[in-house]
Structure formats: C-alpha cells, structure tokens
Design a protein around this ligand. Sequence first.
Ligand SMILES: NC(=O)c1ccc[n+]([C@@H]2O[C@H](COP(=O)([O-])OP(=O)(O)OC[C@H]3O[C@@H](n4cnc5c(N)ncnc54)[C@H](O)[C@@H]3O)[C@@H](O)[C@H]2O)c1
Length: 264
Amino acid sequence: MRIDLTGEVAVVTGVSGRLGGIWATALLDAGAGVVGLDLDDVTPAAVKEHDGGGRYLGLRGDVTDRASLRDALQTAIRWAGTPTILVNNAGIDQPPSRDAGSWLFEDVPDQLSGAVLDVNALGVLRVCQVIGAAMAGNGRGSIVNIGSLYGSVGPDPRLYDHIDMDPPFLKPPAYGMSKAAVAALTRYLAAMWGPAGVRVNTLSPGGVLGGQDPAFRQKFTARVPMRRMATENDLTGPLLFLASGMSRYVTGCELLVDGGYVAW
Ligand SMILES: NC(=O)c1ccc[n+]([C@@H]2O[C@H](COP(=O)([O-])OP(=O)(O)OC[C@H]3O[C@@H](n4cnc5c(N)ncnc54)[C@H](O)[C@@H]3O)[C@@H](O)[C@H]2O)c1
C-alpha cells in the first residue's frame, strides 16, 4: 500500500548524513514537503538526484543552537506552514576505524562524551522544544526520534578486536547513553503531547550497511538473526509507518529495525 503524505510538512535534522538522505527522499516520494536541516551542506546528494514527489527546502539548523532552530522554524512556516512531521535524526558517533582516536575507558575525554550527549540527546530535546512545541500548538503531528540498537544493548567488543589499535577501539560510552535518553524522552513527550494530537516514537536502526570493513561486516552479520545488515529499503517502511496515519494509535514506542539483533 502506498503511503500518501501530500500536504504534510516534514522536518529532518542531520539531513546531509547517510540516513538523513534516506528519510528525506522517502518523505518526498510520499508527497510531503521536506525541510532538511544540517550544519553546512543542507541538500544531500540523494535529494539533489531526487525526481518528483514533494518539494524540498534545505536550511542551516544546528541542534545545539536553539536560535538557529527558531530561525529555521520561522522560515519553514513561511515556506509551507507549521511542520506536521519531525524526524530527529542528527547524531554523532565514532565509527570503528584505525583513523579514529581511541582511549582506555578511564581516559575517555569529557569533551567527547559531552559532545555526543549534547548533539544526540539534548539536541533532540532542543528540537522538540522548538519545533515539537509548534506542532503541539498546531494540534497534530508525528515525531520520529532516531535511536539505535545501542540504546538497548552494549556494544560487543569482539566486533572491533580485529582493528589494530592501541588502546583497542572503544565505541564512545556516551553513544548508547544518548540513545537510551532519546527513548526516555520519547515516552515523556508521548505522555505530554498525546492530548495535543502529537504522537512521538523512536525508530532504532541496527547496523546499516555502509563503508564498514569486511571483517566487521562478517562478524556483525553473524550476530544478526536475519544474517544481514540493514539497507535503505529496510528503513523507509518503518519511517513512513511511524510518520503517517498508518500508526495513528501508536505513541511512546520504540520500533527496533535491527533484523532481530537485540532478540537474543
Ligand atoms: N548508520 C547507522 O548504522 C546507524 C545505526 C543506528 C542509528 N543511527 C543513527 O541515525 C542517525 C543518522 O546516522 P548517520 O549514519 O546518517 O550519521 P551521519 O554521520 O552520516 O549523519 C549525521 C548528520 O548529522 C549532522 N549533524 C551533526 N551534528 C549536528 C548538529 N549539531 N546539528 C545539525 N546536524 C548535525 C551531520 O552533519 C551529518 O550530516 C544518527 O542519530 C545515528 O545515531 C545510525
């Protein structure tokens, strides 16, 4: 069944990243007007190449800077009206690679942990305070907060033990903390904005196939009951389900899109 979002106005934060382009093009394909926010390059390649569907507007919007979010909201309202869909996607992580810095657990710098929490957790809160509050004032909408499987499970160190680094690669502990916070904020806002007609849910992807090295891919895939990493097509259906009236009685939930990774 095709989901029709004609007339809806969607905001996607962190639009220029890997997943941002996937969310934005899925929403455009469904007919929504899409406002993409990011730090600098505000029109991802996927949107540049996109043909047809809804209209797109790229704006500078820093989720750590409330004033930039207010400015973006005002421009979005003038462009198409008050947003009715919000995808809180902007996030930072430390990919497993030899080029990444690494620390002993006890030496992980506050600056790194603080930056991850500021963008991934407080960033979602700020965007909801600015854009989510406008949606609640308008009396309808759907907010999809992008979480992660690492909000539910700790990273398996064996996935990284082939990477030749000293000290060994360590996923930032604040990453999973930030994603668990996103799921908690989802429940908080679902309770608060249920009466205002705004639903709030978390979409938590598992590992998305990208530039990971072959050994990582092989070990990660072996750990997934469905024996593969997520691809674009695995993500768009769940996003459109949560963004649209298909999920009209669903709020406060976390939809794990992880091929069963956290099931065992
Ligand atoms: N890729 C995966 O395998 C995966 C898995 C689970 C969850 N996620 C989550 O999905 C989301 C997107 O991930 P991705 O892989 O596309 O990452 P990415 O690094 O490719 O993109 C993230 C985007 O967020 C933007 N951003 C960073 N700080 C920002 C700020 N202060 N304000 C506005 N934008 C900012 C970046 O410029 C970038 O365009 C993140 O929340 C991530 O945690 C990704």
